[in-house]
Design a binder for this molecule. Sequence first.
Ligand code: AMP
Ligand code: GLY
Length: 424
Amino acid sequence: MNILILGAGGREHTIAWKLKQSKTPTQLFVAPGNAGTAALATNLALSVTDFRAIKQAAIAHEIQMLVVGPEDPLVHGIHDFFLADPALKDIPVIGPQKAAAALEGSKDFAKQFLTRHQIPTAAYQAFTAENVEAGYAFLDSLKAPYVLKADGLAAGKGVLILEDLDQAKTELKNMLLGAKFGAASSRVVIEEFLDGIELSCFVLTDGKNYKVLPTAKDYKRIGAGDTGLNTGGMGAISPVPFADATFMEKIHSRVIEPTIKGLAKDGLPYKGFIFIGLIKVGEEPYVIEYNVRLGDPETEVVLPRLQTDLVALFKAVAEEQLDSVSLEIDPRTATTVMSVAGGYPEAYEKGHEIQGLDHDTDSLLFHAGTTLKEGKVCTNGGRVLAVTSFGADYRAALATSYKTLEGISFKDIYYRKDLGFDLN
Ligand code: AMP
Ligand code: GLY
């Protein structure tokens, strides 16, 4: 089976690695891919939002399934584009159609969906340039800290959490009137701050049936103890130890069930992954956000724990027969530690050779920002390499990842050494 995966990160390398293990023989293509995917697949040098080039590649390589890694092509309607094209319409796409992808593409749309289906989430209101004064008044009515979210996609940077009321008002003005995040902040959601511990839950749905994948927790800040700037994700742990059976049952009945039913009720076509960002406040789950794809680096711990054939799962999604498949999950804990280029998430260098990739290791090495230069694997992004390991618990798994990382080097390598610090 010929499968095209869109994306270039650790998530896409992990998806390719998992698809390659299927008992269905596959020929994989990744666009644009990285040095890791090049070892399993044919990389195609094209942009994930260049739909015309993707169409040409799909035809040229006789693609029989499209798996979409990142949100951008989904929010811009890649699934609808395939359905509308006579030459592409029979190729199943893993990833929702545009109307449903708005769950990630618009925070206001997601909050309206959550409210309409009575799914627990922070109280909120949305504002535009026309009613910025009402936004100031809403901020006056809230207690610190203040949570401001650009409505549209802002590459993970569109959320501000501020302690000071005046600063919150200034930032609201910058977003609405000063286009701080471009068109993405022409509408801003202001919401109540929720104090708790975060976790993510992953669901695969065919629009009717669904399967719940393992939970995971990622570490977004660059510095030890969750300090410093936000990143794409510095590591992840699965399962989340504090998500016990009672809490998981609340997530099922209060969040997952109403989400799947809500999609059907609202006529939002969905075949793909739903990534539900949750926060545990006391003993209760609240939804912070929906993403319409898998997380990165969460994928690097969730998919290695999945023992079910991923090609079979994706086929079942395409045929709306997910109820006929059962999930097998590895009971061990998986952790991934992301090594990054020094300076990231601010300015950093690229193009440095990565040493130690050929060492014997007990870990799985998933490439994020890497590329091949004259046959050598070199850094090509801020997040470079995710090192995934298994263990009886997260401490044991992390110890293996850290040991593996001792044997890997590139110029100015950095990784967090305190993952799991908040789980004690
Ligand atoms: P989002 O892009 O919506 O996931 O927000 C980014 C991050 O901001 C989340 O991962 C949380 O750490 C934090 N956050 C978002 N909304 C809230 C909230 N209502 N209360 C507390 N923290 C929040
Ligand atoms: N790790 C967070 C994300 O993929 O959005």
